[in-house]
Design a protein around this ligand. Structure first.
Ligand SMILES: CC(C)(COP(=O)(O)OP(=O)(O)OC[C@H]1O[C@@H](n2cnc3c(N)ncnc32)[C@H](O)[C@@H]1OP(=O)(O)O)[C@@H](O)C(=O)NCCC(=O)NCCS
Length: 150
């Protein structure tokens, strides 16, 4: 994508990530500042940012859990949507998970988040379960996974 650079998380990025998360998610689906920093800086975290002209266009946070890459969050700024940015971020992060000997990806998504559900299905994720009450009382998540090829 013209003008877009994907780079690793750097100390302090969590502030801009939090600001974008506020635009992307309503409570209870968004993280606090503290949680965002904690996820981005956790051991085993793969946090990639998509930058354009110094601005944060999108990011993803994936946590390695043994051989599984768990997608903690994926956020794309409204102005950047439907231009292939999330697909690019996921391709990059899946490559990184593979490089760390990961064999599969997994994630939870709110069942009412139709855009995200369509997105994950479009890039090859498979629905494997429903997690009742994952986001709170009566707020269920769909569980998706994708096996990573060699
Ligand atoms: C879901 C999200 C990450 C998608 O980002 P994006 O950069 O717009 O996605 P892409 O442009 O890479 O989309 C790739 C394909 O996914 C599908 N897709 C993406 N968004 C879609 C939507 N809102 N409705 C239907 N299909 C969609 C399409 O097949 C799309 O290809 P196309 O545009 O050629 O039709 C973005 O809408 C977002 O940040 N939403 C708010 C936060 C969120 O819900 N995050 C995911 C939950 S963890």
């Amino acid at each position: 994508m013209d003008g877009v650079t994907i780079r690793d998380y750097r100390a302090g990025d969590w502030d801009a990530m939090y600001a974008l998360d506020v635009q992307c998610f309503e409570p209870p689906f968004r993280f606090s500042r503290r949680a965002m920093r904690g996820f981005a800086e956790a051991a085993g975290s793969i946090t990639l940012l998509a930058m354009c002209a110094g601005q944060l266009a999108g990011f993803c946070v994936v946590q390695m859990e043994d051989q599984l890459g768990y997608v903690v969050t994926l956020d794309v700024a409204a102005d950047w949507r439907r231009r292939g940015l999330a697909r690019l971020l996921m391709e990059e992060v899946e490559g990184r998970v593979r490089a760390e000997h990961g064999t599969a990806m997994a994630l939870h998504v709110f069942e009412g988040n139709i855009g995200a559900v369509r997105f994950y299905e479009a890039i090859g994720y498979r629905r494997i379960a429903v997690a009742n009450g994952f986001y709170g009382r009566d707020v269920d998540a769909l569980v998706y996974e994708r096996t990573l090829g060699a």
